[in-house]
Design a protein around this ligand. Structure first.
Ligand SMILES: C[S@@+](CC[C@H](N)C(=O)[O-])C[C@H]1O[C@@H](n2cnc3c(N)ncnc32)[C@H](O)[C@@H]1O
Length: 213
């Protein structure tokens, strides 16, 4: 199906209201934890979490670093994220509406000394051309030295060979999920002359770490 930001936002709103269910499993958790660890967060860091969802990882990050900004297109997820942060008594965190396409829709991200960016299981919703643009867009907020980490579905091999394993990474086969080939993502980063590291966790999922010096 064709990409529609509104449709994706509705889907994740529905996960919060209980109309849809967001499944987590061993592989997705491993991908997210590996990506989070790859950030190597430090007390002085300011993190931008793009596609923060209900804020689980952003809140975890806020307990380690100076400030965290989480943006998302699902307003219900953002409301839940703010509630979760209050419950955990975390107050160095801002949740705001914003997308890969228009990150500064509400909040001017240029005002923050962002030096780490996390993209966890949100990138695969974009078609490849938008992913290419998004990498350039988000890298412009990154103060140097800085790091972008993407942990998501990505194809290390022909996905047709792994149809019986789609569930392991939560791939819906192309309904709202458009994972890229890893090589494509690597090329997008190489254009920006950054140092990258790729870690395969599954034939259809992994982590990319890009260092901007
Ligand atoms: C599978 S959830 C992951 C949430 C969170 N990162 C986590 O790992 O727990 C994907 C999130 O990406 C968000 N998302 C999808 N497309 C987006 C876009 N174009 N811009 C910003 N966020 C987006 C969705 O609204 C959803 O909250």
């Amino acid at each position: 199906m064709k990409y529609s930001q509104k449709r994706v936002a509705r889907l994740f709103d529905e996960c919060v209201t209980g109309k849809s269910v967001l499944i987590t499993n061993k592989i997705t958790t491993l991908v997210k934890q590996t990506a989070f660890d790859s950030l190597r967060l430090k007390p002085n860091d300011t993190l931008l979490d793009v596609g923060t969802g209900t804020g689980k990882w952003a809140i975890q990050a806020a307990k380690i670093c100076q400030n965290v900004i989480g943006i998302d297109i699902s307003r219900k997820s953002l409301e839940r994220a703010a509630q979760n942060a209050r419950k955990e008594k975390v107050n160095n965190i801002i949740f705001s509406f914003g997308s890969f396409e228009e990150p500064c829709k509400i909040l001017d991200l240029h005002l923050y000394p962002i030096n780490k960016i996390l993209v966890l299981y949100s990138f695969h919703h974009l078609p490849d051309e938008l992913k290419k643009e998004a990498i350039v867009t988000i890298s412009k907020f990154l103060h140097r030295p800085g790091r972008i980490v993407i942990g998501d579905m990505m194809f290390f091999d022909n996905p047709k060979k792994y149809q019986d394993r789609f569930k392991e990474v939560n791939y819906d086969g192309g309904e709202t999920d458009f994972p890229a080939y890893t090589e494509f993502l690597i090329k997008c980063f190489r254009r920006l002359l950054v140092k990258i590291k790729v870690r395969q966790i599954h034939p259809l999922a992994g982590v990319i770490t890009a260092d901007f010096i």
